[in-house]
Design a protein around this ligand. Sequence first.
Ligand code: DOR
Ligand code: ZN
Length: 445
Amino acid sequence: MSELVIRRVRPYGEGEPVDVRIVDGTIVAIGADAAAEAAGSDAAGSVEEIDGAGGILLPGLVDLHTHLREPGREDTETIETGSAAAALGGFTAVFAMANTNPVADSHVVTDHVWKRGREIGLVDVHPVGAVTVGLEGKKLAELGVMAAGVGRVRVFSDDGKCVHDPLLMRRALEYSVHLDAVIAQHAEEPRLTEQAVAHEGPTASKLGLAGWPRAAEESIVARDAILARDAGARVHVCHASTAGTVEILRWAKGQGIAITAEVTPHHLFLDDSRLVDYDPVFRVNPPLRENTDVAALRQALADGIIDAVATDHAPHAEQDKCVEFGLARPGMLGLQTALSIVVATMVQPGLLDWRGVARVMSEAPARIGGLDDQGRPIEVGAPANLVVVDPDAEWTVHGPDLASLSVNTPYEGITLPATVTATILRGTVTARDGATVSAPDESVV
Ligand code: DOR
Ligand code: ZN
């Protein structure tokens, strides 16, 4: 029997502090007496304890959009280092995007990613399957075979690239219905973004950077909403970045279309004014937009028009990132800073309370990704996938201190609110006070 007691935490940041007792991965008691019960049963074995010190208890965070770079670019991130970054960031499950090398377009790759995640045991690594073979946008991948594998793929995406052929997208949506899966679209009409490296607007004009119009995203979001409607399918919009996308989502949801969307922490925090120094750390797809878009994205997340926060954690090597702006690979780190950025952009301005954070960083992403063991209410009988947060602590971001193999954080030197005291996966502590706790669970591989 394994037993863990979390002392003095406030579930969802509400009410007086309570103790939470966990036995064999399940919450068995919550309340003032929970710890006393544990003390009484101590004879059965040692009881591990975490002192929450009056901090906040949330369901473990779930990231719908992570790039772990294994297989293929293990010099920039591996499933192991990415899992560590995730656990330290408060995540208990992540979805690993398919744009690896080889591409995750077959069950050989998706099953490997799942098993490797389980071997490491720090976070559940759910493989995302590619929609098209080799992300080439020409031929559908074997969605059904990936769904039937041990990796049980339920999210398919060509992220990094858009499934821009409307007929292929239509077919993918039709198939996904029978697999109870979702197609997550990187909404970018490629004809409108040829050569583009920055948001099309006054800043890009001034800097002489080729512009990426909002329409490149919005035209695909509108099209896919209509295709999903006709297929009776679920479509998910990756990294929504414009005020216009918010309006299309509002319309589509109002029509009863099964469309969901995520926003990244960086699109909630940063705008294109950051590009003035041509610092390539700020190059990302979709690009940082204008402050009016940032405001619309924050409001949409508060209102539920945007369902979830997803990191788009995108590690890159120095030699691919520290080059001329237009040649730098797009993308930035996100796993260890996501919660703090959501606190800074949503909680501190009063747009979300902690229950809202649980909704957008755990419950909604778990639901969209088809996970029934994550994002569950904190109650007796629920699986103990949890995170303890110190809302009053602050920390200063320093790339080399992060667990990632890459250092391309856009928050270098910035002091952020809130730290993760502990992360708990199925009753096992995976991170504590800024360090991971290795806990391979061989029995479930
Ligand atoms: O900035 C990005 N980086 N956007 C994407 O869609 C892909 C990602 C990556 O894989 O680096
Ligand atoms: Zn993308």
